[in-house]
Design a binder for this molecule. Structure first.
Ligand code: NAP
Length: 257
């Protein structure tokens, strides 16, 4: 009987990386899970299905749903399936992200569309579809952000979308105050996920940074879980930095070498 017992949670982009760890954490806390991924037929789908099976074997309810959340119709179809399977939603974790690694000056129109559609429109579509399913009960929404929302990182235009979403977190928190739905963000530091393998092409040496520069995925997921519990009901519209202290020492001489 964990703190999320009886709650239904959707984690976007939970086939792998941080989303997967957040889904596991919510399941351990008693939630029934909707796992979402983008790409049909490949490794991602296999991973999402394997995780759903694992959670079911441990006694939770869990389903894996393919939906490219940058597409409004696909989001609507995913929520129809959630309504059919569970009839409710209590927790929404907006974790999925997808973006080109390029300098801003090199962004083509299609890159700009990819940025906005996958990292802003997608979250608004999910939120608009989720709210009717969260009707009449307290609920929790958590957006997963990154330090790129406030610091310039190499070839990381995604940071500007994270900044926009962090502003939206505050807007939503106010709009939903009367509905007892909390909306918060978790601004994660560097994580060792598949993205790091891509990032190292644009940020030489990033993978050789000291271990302390990275934050444990479990630690980020733990804060997301906390924000999805009743204990956090008075935290609203906040973007909480979980980066193992990295952003405190960017200009500190001790971190220069
Ligand atoms: N990695 C870092 O260092 C870092 C640091 C701070 C914050 N973050 C943030 O943490 C979150 C997770 O990052 P990660 O590194 O774990 O990502 P990741 O390993 O690249 O995994 C991304 C997940 O999102 C899914 N996804 C992407 N676009 C989607 C779409 N349009 N519709 C549905 N699902 C989609 C992917 O599904 P497919 O596999 O099917 O494409 C995958 O499950 C992101 O918001 C990221 O910005 C990451």
């Amino acid at each position: 009987m964990g703190p999320c017992h009886g709650r239904v949670a959707l984690v976007t982009g939970s086939s792998r990386g941080l989303g997967r760890v957040i889904a596991q954490k919510l399941s351990e806390a008693g939630a029934d899970l909707v796992l979402n991924y983008r790409k049909a037929g490949g490794r991602s789908e296999a991973q999402a299905r394997a995780l759903a099976k694992e959670l079911v074997e441990r006694g939770s309810r869990a389903v894996a749903i393919q939906a490219d959340i940058s597409q409004k119709d696909a989001v609507a179809t995913m929520f129809q399936e959630i309504a059919a399977q569970y009839g409710r939603l209590d927790i929404l974790v907006l974790n999925a992200a997808r973006a080109p690694f390029k300098k801003v000056g090199e962004l083509l129109r299609r890159d700009l569309l990819e940025l906005v559609e996958n990292n802003y429109f997608s979250n608004v579509y999910c939120m608009q579809q989720a709210l009717p399913l969260m009707q009449g009960r307290p609920g929790h929404v958590v957006f997963v952000s990154s330090l790129g929302s406030r610091f310039a990182l190499p070839s990381y235009p995604l940071g500007s979308m994270k900044a926009a979403m962090e502003a939206l977190v505050k807007q939503w928190a106010v709009e939903l105050q009367d509905r007892q739905i909390t909306v918060n963000g978790v601004t994660a530091g560097l994580l060792k996920t598949d993205s790091l393998m891509v990032l190292r092409q644009y940020w030489p040496g990033v993978e050789r940074l000291p271990a302390s520069a990275f934050v444990d995925l479990q630690d980020v997921a733990g804060v997301v879980l906390f924000l999805c519990t009743d204990a956090a009901r008075s935290i609203r519209g906040q973007n909480i930095v979980v980066d193992n202290g990295l952003s405190n020492e960017l200009l500190h001489p001790a971190s220069a070498g």
